[in-house]
Structure formats: structure tokens, C-alpha cells
Design a protein around this ligand. Structure first.
Ligand code: NDP
Ligand code: 8X3
Length: 249
């Protein structure tokens, strides 16, 4: 039974991935800040597999280290790390950008991903085995107007993904990124700070991806034979051709 640690497992892509992994009998470690959701998901998935929850904010270096160090023996050997926790905060031209939004994106999407990776990679190196999936974005491949700092954080994830693959190559560790386009999750609600109308408009007149579409791909990627590493995938809804070209009815 493989053990997978999924950050951002309380919603969207992370939750759908955890659910599909549970159905496929992975042993799973669910991470997130919302404790009530972690408890609900633990109840749901426990009927299918072994589940452990870790409640921490990826921005808090010490909490990340303590949480991962607290893992019980049978969850310690993490085979798969899904670095998924992240969000956009705001969509503003650079001259009007909110510095707190910038801090949140840089601290969560870049630094948080690194803090979690640091704690998990050491064990993978010792065991000379492991698979890291970094969830990037089309925004890590192209910049779009008003996407400035979010795009910068996802370009950083792209660079970290490449760097990890190079550095961990000698240990036989697989590293790859999945870069989605528009996925209908809580992402836009978070970006627009609970403005549901504005969030709904993002997907108006087009069919976005569902969290389950990305979960399917993550499970496909991690179930390839070990000599196969899917290093970098861009996954778009059919209605989306680029960060700015979307076919709306
Ligand atoms: P959601 O908002 O639905 O999920 C985000 C997840 O990240 C939640 O589980 C949330 O959990 C967790 N999270 C956010 N901040 C923190 C934090 N400080 N500490 C710990 N966990 C945190 O969005 P998605 O599922 O869409 O996003 C998942 C990933 O996919 C992100 O990296 C996002 O950038 C990326 N992505 C999304 C796209 C989209 O269109 N939806 C497209 C391309 C990439 P909690 O609040 O409980 O902590
Ligand atoms: C999320 C998709 O288009 O807002 O990464 O950058 S987008």
C-alpha cells in the first residue's frame, strides 16, 4: 500500500485527488487548515483506506516540521507528495496590488511548498524512492494581465519542479508538475474574497475542468511503472486555448 501526503486536501483538486486515492487504496495523509473538513473527510475515507490528518498552515515553518514529525510509524514512509496547497489572492494591476495578497501568494504557493517538501524529501532521499507532484498552473507557463504576482509564484513552482528533478535525480526520485488551466473549485471564490458572483463569472459560458479531471490525471501519473516519470503536463479545458483565449458561448 503506497502512502501519499496531499496538501490542500480540504477542497478542490486536493480533495478530489484524496478521494480517488482512497478509492484506489492508497494510504493517505490529508493536510489543510480547516479542521472540520479534515475530520469529515477522515470519516468518509476511513471506510476505504487508512487515513491520517495533519492540520497546519503551510506558511508556518515550525508547524509544518512539527506536523510531519508527528506522523505515526505506519504513515512515515511517504511514497507520494502532492504539493497542491495554494491559491490566487486578488486579480489587480500591479500598481493597485495589495501587498498582503502578494505576501499570501508568495508565502503559500512558493515558501509553503518548499517547507513541506523539505520535511518530506529527506526520507525519500534516505529510501532512494519517492514521487513528488507539484501543482503549477498555466500561469506558470504564461503571464496574463493582472495575474502578475500569482503568475510569478507559479513560474517559481515551474522552476522548483525542474530544480527538484535535477537535484533528486541521483536518488531515483520522480518529480513532475501538473499545470491546470481553468478548474471550477473554490479557487475563484478565494481569489475574489468570497464575491461569488465574480467567481461564477470566471466560468460563464464555458465548460471548465472539474477537480476530478485533475485528480484522474494525478492518479494516472502516480500509477505509471516506476521507470516512467511524467515530468510536466499542461491540462486545459477544451474551451481554453491559452491563459487569455477562452471560447465562451
Ligand atoms: P481550492 O481553493 O479549492 O483549494 C485550495 C486548497 O489549498 C485548500 O484545500 C486549502 O485548504 C489549501 N490551502 C490554501 N492556503 C493554505 C495554507 N496557508 N496552508 C495550508 N493549506 C492551504 O483551489 P484549487 O483546488 O483550485 O487549488 C489547488 C491548487 O491548484 C493550487 O495550487 C492552485 O494554484 C492550483 N491551480 C488551480 C487552478 C484553478 O483554476 N482552480 C488552475 C491552476 C492551478 P485550507 O483552506 O483548509 O487550508
Ligand atoms: C489558476 C488558473 O488562469 O487563473 O492557476 O491562472 S488562472
Amino acid at each position: 500500500m503506497k502512502t501519499a501526503l496531499i496538501t490542500g486536501a480540504t477542497s478542490g483538486i486536493g480533495r478530489a485527488t484524496a478521494r480517488l486515492m482512497a478509492k484506489n487504496h492508497f494510504r493517505i495523509i490529508l493536510c489543510g487548515r480547516r479542521e472540520d473538513r479534515l475530520a469529515e473527510l477522515q470519516d468518509e475515507f476511513s471506510a476505504l483506506t487508512k487515513v491520517h490528518t495533519l492540520n497546519f498552515d503551510v506558511r508556518k515553518k515550525k508547524d509544518v516540521a512539527q506536523a510531519i514529525a508527528s506522523l505515526p510509524e505506519d504513515f512515515r514512509n511517504i511514497d507520494i507528495l502532492v504539493n497542491n496547497a495554494g491559491n490566487a489572492h486578488g486579480l489587480d494591476p500591479i500598481e493597485n496590488g495589495d501587498v498582503d495578497d502578494w505576501d499570501a501568494m508568495i508565502d503559500i504557493n512558493i515558501k509553503g511548498l518548499l517547507y513541506v517538501s523539505k520535511e518530506v524529501i529527506l526520507g525519500m532521499v534516505e529510501r532512494k524512492h519517492g514521487h513528488i507532484i507539484n501543482i503549477g498552473s498555466i500561469a506558470g507557463k504564461e503571464v496574463y494581465p493582472n495575474g502578475n504576482v500569482y503568475a510569478a509564484t507559479k513560474h517559481a513552482v515551474d522552476a522548483i519542479n525542474q530544480g527538484m528533478r535535477m537535484d533528486l535525480n541521483q536518488y531515483g526520485i520522480r518529480v513532475g508538475a501538473i499545470n491546470p488551466g481553468m478548474v471550477n473549485t473554490e479557487f475563484s471564490e478565494v481569489r475574489f474574497k468570497g464575491d461569488t458572483q465574480r467567481a461564477e463569472n470566471v466560468y460563464k459560458g464555458m465548460e471548465p475542468l472539474k477537480a476530478e479531471d485533475i485528480a484522474d490525471i494525478i492518479v494516472f501519473v502516480v500509477t505509471r511503472p516506476y521507470h516512467v516519470n511524467i515530468a510536466d503536463l499542461l491540462v486545459l479545458p477544451t474551451a481554453q486555448a491559452s491563459a487569455t483565449i477562452v471560447n465562451r458561448l
